[in-house]
Every structure is written in C-alpha cells, then in structure tokens.
Design a protein around this ligand. Structure first.
Ligand SMILES: Cc1cc2nc3c(=O)[nH]c(=O)nc-3n(C[C@H](O)[C@H](O)[C@H](O)COP(=O)(O)O)c2cc1C
Length: 380
C-alpha cells in the first residue's frame, strides 16, 4: 500500500513538501480520537518482551525515531502513535533560524538514501521549550529526547553560550538531552568534535542542565561517521571521563562512495549529509568500536542505515542499547515500525534471551536460529 502511495505521490513531489504533507497527515490522524486509537492498535502493538531500560528510562522497545524529522516537537504523539518507542526532537538551536535555501532535501531512490542540507531549520529553543512545557502528561506520553545544536550566525568561539541557552530552556522537558556536534550542514560545527573543545562544552552543558532540573537528565553526544577511528576512541574515553550517559552514533556522512545513483546526479545535488542504506556499514563499524572501547559503561544509541529488523538486531548484538532510524521510514512508511518490532520479537525469542537488555553486546552467535525477513509479516 505505502509503496504504491510512495511511487504515485511522494516520489513525484519535492521531498521536503512530501515530508510536510506526510507529517501533517500523521498529526491529523492523531487529532481524531477514534482514529488515533485505531492507528495505534494496528501499528504500535509490541511484545512486552521488547520493553527495555536504557539511560535510566523505561521504554516500550528499543527502536526510536532519529533527530531531524520533528525538529520543533510539533508531532511527538503522532509519531509515537505510529509505533516509535521514543522520539528525538530537534536539532533545536539557541535562536530560531530558517535553515539553508531550498532545495535542501534529495532522495536517492536507487540507493535507499537521502541527502540533506537542511541546516537546522527550527523555531529556536524558547519556542520549542514553551511547546514542550504546554504538553499534557499522560500515561501514553512517549520518551522524548531533545537534540541541541549551534545557531548558524553564532561564531564558533561563542558556541558554548548558544548550547547553554538551549540546554537551560529545554533540559526540564527532556527525558534525555543530546549535544549535536556532527551535522555537516552548519559551517564549523564538526570542529566542536575535537576533544579539547568538546570536553569543556559537554561539561558546561551538564552543569547547565543540572542547574535547571532537580533530577538527572541523561546527556549524550551525537557523533559523525566520518571521524577517524582514533578520534572515536578519544571521544569514547572523554565521555567516560566526564561521566556522560551515552553516545549517539552516527549522524549523516559527507562521503559519497559506492552509490548506484549516477555521479552526475550526485554532483548536481551538491553538499549535504548522506543517510540511509549507504551508511549502514560505517555506522555498524563505529558502534563496534565504541562498544569495544566502553564495554557497556555508557549507553550507545546506534543510528545510520537501519532498514530491517535484522539490521536493528545486529546493532543490539553489537552493543547498541537503543537504535534509531530516519531514512528508511521515508521509504518504508507507517508499517515499518510494526515490522521491525515483530522481527525483533521473533529474533529475541529464537535466540532465547529474556529481554533486549540481555541481548545487548552479545555479538553474532553462530549457532543462533535465524529468522528470515521474508518470513515476517509483509502487510505494508
Ligand atoms: C532530512 C534529515 C534531517 C536530519 N536532521 C538532523 C538534525 O537536525 N539533527 C541530527 O542530529 N540529525 C539529523 N539527521 C540525521 C538522522 O538523525 C540520522 O542520524 C541519520 O539520518 C542516519 O540515520 P538513517 O540512515 O536511519 O537516516 C537528519 C537526517 C535527515 C535525513
């Protein structure tokens, strides 16, 4: 069904317009009480065995939506209704900003990938904080991550103040907070990944978050897949040293290797971060490296190229406490989360683990019974 809708409608539309339209429908569906319950019942049933604890948070499953889809936190409950176990909003910057000129989002359908140079278009920390503050708290309120970044016009040497503004405004409403220093679309942002800059920045954000909250808000850093392996090790060591709660790996890549889309088209698209299937191998590699280095002492959220339940399962076995997806949601549609949940549940049971937490970091077991993707439900 969704494949047909994608081919007949979305594929022919400008990708950013398609995003706004689809997101509008999601919010609309959530605003109609009967429809909301129906959609939730169909798309978001979860095996209780998938319940998991990470970052000190209790979640209905390990599979969340990556940052960037809901930059301003306008549709969190609608996204939760579709079956995401948690929703990371943002990136939110200190000040509101329009982002880069359009077109700034491109589909590489043959590669099941996207290139974006959105440039943190968002309403700014004060407005997003006010929206989160106004949310009614109910039993179905999902876990909300808040991802913060630097306002484009703020110079690099004043970046800390901008992050602190967001941290102070948003930490009281965040179940976890993410310092994003890895988007390729804000000039100079990735320079903040250098540990001598990143360490003090994270330390200051930690203090700022503690000042405005009475409880511990988990703090994570989101890193790029393009870092050298030694830099990944350094960041992992620093995260442990600072007592950070976790690392999100990875953001989009500036690499363009191994794509099926013709080179001329890639050239025409130009700058931006590549996400989706081509990111899969590197994202898994970064996860494995982080796990080896940190050995379960901090939480790892793996994101990048996750398309199937098998992908998500492999990340969990490789040491991911939680996983996220974004690009595959665009290609697979609203039944994707249900499919991944069903596949994860089947794998968990086949492998004989009592919980997701038990499977984290167990590595790929040779003797493990396999559950093939085509054996799972294919009702989308
Ligand atoms: C259109 C688009 C916008 C994104 N915006 C953000 C963002 O604002 N902040 C961020 O940390 N990551 C952002 N991301 C990165 C995703 O959260 C994720 O790390 C990346 O896409 C890799 O996952 P995927 O292969 O499942 O898409 C964005 C990705 C896409 C495709």
């Amino acid at each position: 069904m969704y494949k047909l809708l994608f081919n007949l409608l979305f594929k022919k539309m400008d990708p950013e317009r398609a995003h706004h339209l689809a997101f509008f429908w999601i919010r609309l569906a959530h605003s109609v009480p009967g429809l909301r319950s129906l959609v939730r019942a169909v798309l978001a049933p979860r095996d209780p065995k998938l319940r998991t604890t990470a970052l000190g948070l209790d979640l209905p499953g390990p599979f969340g939506l990556g940052a960037g889809f809901d930059k301003d936190g306008i549709g969190i409950d609608g996204l939760s209704m579709l079956g995401f176990d948690f929703v990371e909003i943002g990136t939110v910057t200190g000040e509101a900003q329009p982002g880069n000129p359009a077109p700034r989002l491109f589909r590489l359908v043959e590669d099941r990938a996207l290139i974006n140079r959105m440039g943190f278009n968002n309403q700014g920390s004060a407005r997003v904080a006010a929206r989160l503050a106004a949310r009614p708290h109910t039993s179905s309120t999902p876990v909300i991550g808040v991802n913060i970044g630097k306002t484009k016009v703020v110079p690099e040497d004043e970046a800390t103040a901008d992050y602190l503004k967001s941290a102070k405004a948003l930490a009281p409403y965040a179940d976890y907070l993410v310092v994003n220093v890895s988007s390729p679309n804000t000039p100079g942002l990735r320079n903040l990944q250098a540990v001598q800059v990143l360490g003090p920045l994270l330390w200051d954000v930690r203090k700022a978050a503690d000042e405005v909250t009475t409880h511990h808000v988990p703090l994570l850093v989101k890193i790029a897949p393009d870092l050298a392996d030694e830099d990944i090790d350094e960041i992992a060591d620093m995260a442990l040293h600072l007592g950070l709660d976790g690392i999100i790996a990875t953001n989009t890549t500036i690499g363009r290797e191994g794509l099926r889309t013709p080179a001329a088209r890639i050239e025409e698209i130009g700058m931006g971060g590549l996400s989706g299937a081509p990111l899969k191998a590197r994202s898994l590699e970064v996860l494995e490296r982080l796990r080896k280095r940190t050995d379960g002492r901090l939480a790892i959220v793996s994101v990048g190229g996750i398309e199937t339940a098998e992908d998500a399962w492999q990340r969990i076995l490789a040491g991911a406490d939680l996983v996220q997806g974004y690009s595959a949601f665009i290609y697979e549609g609203p039944f994707w989360m249900r499919k991944v949940h069903k596949g994860l549940s089947a794998r968990l049971r086949a492998a004989g683990y009592a919980s997701i937490g038990e499977a984290v970091g167990k590595g790929v077991r040779q003797a493990q019974p396999t559950v093939r993707d085509h054996e799972e439900d294919n009702d989308d």
